[in-house]
Design a protein around this ligand. Structure first.
Ligand SMILES: Nc1ncnc2c1ncn2[C@@H]1O[C@H](COP(=O)(O)OP(=O)(O)OP(=O)(O)O)[C@@H](O)[C@H]1O
Ligand SMILES: [Mg+2]
Length: 592
């Protein structure tokens, strides 16, 4: 530029109407958006948290207390606030529980950092302080966590029960905590303890009855599939049956195929029909010869086959869903066969007991005492459908927590005890540091107090009062002092068995700090007209271009060719848009 002082090239890069907001106001508006999101779910935290009822555009209502579920249903469109949705989802997938906590924590960190941004403290200084604070906190968390001895099975089971109870105490099912925590722990303990694959715990919902009528079946259960005439003549209960799982259609093809066959004589037609019947009879005979007493198939089993099996005292079920069939195979052994010939004994599974049982208004096929029982099924009962759905979500949280506790048997006390101890540590540590980092780490310490404060607020306690008591107790060295939800005060939550796996806390803390630093590092949002049009039906998010200080894909300012630091990197989208503009200008030049 200095060599050509008279030339001021103007390069138009983005489409007309593109909106760009940048600098501190942009940052503050992103923080406000995140605070608004956190505010929506804040009241759901803790044992006295409330539930939310969300109705979608189709009129379907969901009642939930689970942070991740609520954020998903709220369908947030603000690009920065969506980061909070993402961390809640990540927490849900990774640890299962603590999704409300992680969102609140991230928002509170942002809130604490807001004054520094307003005062012009460099974002990098803030991020550095937060990261350092996070590292210190993680170290402290690891230090205070208590390892429970796995060698004593009874003691270890108790630990798992307590962790499940704590996770359920904030949910609709809290009144039935002992019943459900026993069920969840039994369910997780039936799994293969090496890989603990929670997808092998099937959950079936049966509306009607009370919560306590829910059952844990140590094996597989699935709803009776669609059946044809002759089904009722089949036996519905076996002891030690052989089970054959198929991926074969046992139905006359002509019944469903729209094939066209041209014949000259009636006898030829008869020959075609006979051939078809022979094919299916051959398959059926082969199946009967295997000695299997229970035949399941992923594909339909028609009326001919159903009657054939009924005549030979065999039970059959067609159109079994893929998940269910997979779990049956995992439980009873054998493998899914895709042909009826050459089936050997090793391809069949077996179980101690098979029966079709009525549960509520539904009939279930139940396989118990399975040969390789590494799977189980929860049959959930309850009044309303939304209610059972929330029970399922709560049990999922508890199952994940028990799984985590088995894998990493370190725990901390909940009810804000761990947060307060880390907060105290960070505050003490910050006083030993010089400069702005002291303020940042001190503010992070304050942000951690949001968890006990919100638990108190939701329970109707005087949060300032309880927090002062908590600070005092922790200063005195009472490591596990936390909010006492029964009486408005503080108690030793370790002794009260409010236990949580340390992983819930560590994951929440690191995700919250990461999300906060990500949001703080965004100082420009560019929104083109197309993304506004698509706002309602979202997924056009690829057109929202975000400028971060640290990101590799930064965007140049709208009309300037000089971006200050001399380097401008364009996103692929902008390059293609720029090419379009240049092409347009060139064609115009040719016309002239
Ligand atoms: N009996 C109790 N007394 C005090 N605090 C408790 C008790 N049981 C649970 N808590 C606390 O409640 C908080 C958990 O609340 P909640 O389950 O509503 O949210 P979350 O676990 O963060 O998110 P979500 O369960 O929605 O995924 C934790 O901080 C936990 O320590
Ligand atoms: Mg929870």
């Amino acid at each position: 530029m200095s060599r050509l002082p008279n030339m001021q090239p103007t390069v138009v890069l983005l489409r007309e109407g593109t909106d760009s907001s940048q600098g501190t106001p942009q940052l503050l508006s992103n923080i406000s958006a995140c605070l608004a999101v956190a505010q929506t779910i804040a009241t759901t935290l803790g044992p006295r948290g409330m539930d939310k009822l969300i109705v979608n555009e189709r009129g379907e209502a969901t009642i939930s207390n689970d942070g991740a579920t609520l954020l998903k249903l709220l369908d947030i469109v603000h690009p920065a606030a969506r980061t909070l949705v993402d961390i809640a989802r990540a927490q849900d997938a990774e640890v299962g529980d603590g999704t409300t906590s992680v969102t609140l924590l991230a928002a509170e960190i942002l809130k604490e950092m807001r004054p520094y941004i307003e005062e012009g403290v460099g974002v990098y200084t803030i991020i550095k302080g937060l990261r350092e604070g996070r590292n210190l906190a993680m170290k402290k968390l690891e230090e205070i966590s208590v390892q429970i001895d796995k060698s004593d099975p009874a003691k270890f089971r108790d630990l798992l029960l307590q962790c499940a109870c704590t996770s359920m105490s904030s949910k609709l099912i809290y009144s039935q905590k002992p019943f459900f925590s026993k069920m969840v722990v039994d369910a997780v303990l039936t799994l293969d303890q090496e890989d603990l694959d929670e997808s092998l715990i099937g959950v079936k919902k049966v509306p009607g009855g009370g919560m306590q009528d829910s059952l844990l079946i140590k094996g597989v259960a699935f709803k009776k599939t669609f059946s044809y005439a002759g089904f009722e003549q089949q036996p519905k209960s076996f002891t030690n049956p052989k089970v054959l799982c198929l991926n074969v259609e046992l139905e006359l093809k002509a019944e469903k195929d729209n094939a066209e066959v041209r014949v000259n004589e009636v006898s030829e037609y008869q020959a075609i029909v006979d051939a078809e019947w022979q094919i299916i009879y051959r398959k059926l005979e082969a199946i009967v010869d295997t000695g299997a007493k229970v035949v399941l198939s992923r594909l339909p089993i028609g009326d001919l086959a159903t009657q054939y099996f009924a005549d030979r005292d065999i039970f059959c079920a067609g159109r079994v869903s893929n998940d269910d069939l997979k779990r049956v195979v995992q439980a009873v052994g054998g493998s899914i066969q895709s042909t009826c010939s050459d089936i050997e004994d090793k391809h069949l599974g077996s179980c101690g007991k098979f029966e079709e049982r009525q549960v509520g208004g539904e009939r279930f096929n139940i396989f118990e005492d399975c040969a390789n029982a590494k799977t189980c099924t929860l049959l959930l009962r309850g009044g309303a459908e939304q209610f059972i759905a929330e029970v399922e979500r709560s049990l999922h949280d508890a199952i994940m927590i028990v799984k985590r506790a088995i894998k990493n048997n370190r725990i901390v006390a909940g009810g804000g005890a761990a947060e307060m101890e880390i907060s105290k540590y960070l505050r003490d540590h910050s006083r030993t540091i010089m400069g702005k980092q002291q303020l940042i780490i001190g503010s992070l310490a304050k942000a951690l107090e949001i968890i006990p404060r919100q638990i108190c607020d939701n329970a109707g306690f005087d949060a300032t009062d309880v927090l002062n008591k908590l600070r005092m107790q922790h200063a005195k060295g009472d490591l596990w002092a936390g909010v006492d939800i029964e009486s408005e005060g503080v108690s030793d939550n370790f002794e009260k068995f409010v236990w949580e796996p340390v992983l819930v806390k560590s994951n929440a803390l690191s995700s919250a700090v990461e999300a906060a630093t990500l949001i703080l590092s965004v100082d420009e949002t560019v929104r083109n007209p197309q993304s506004d049009q698509n706002e309602a039906g979202r997924p056009a998010r690829k057109n929202d271009v975000v400028h971060t200080r640290h990101s590799e894909h930064s965007v140049t300012p709208l009309t300037s060719a000089d971006s200050g630091d001399g380097i401008s990197v364009l996103s692929a989208y902008q390059i293609s848009e720029a090419k379009k503009i240049i092409r347009g200008v060139l064609s115009l030049a040719f016309v002239i």
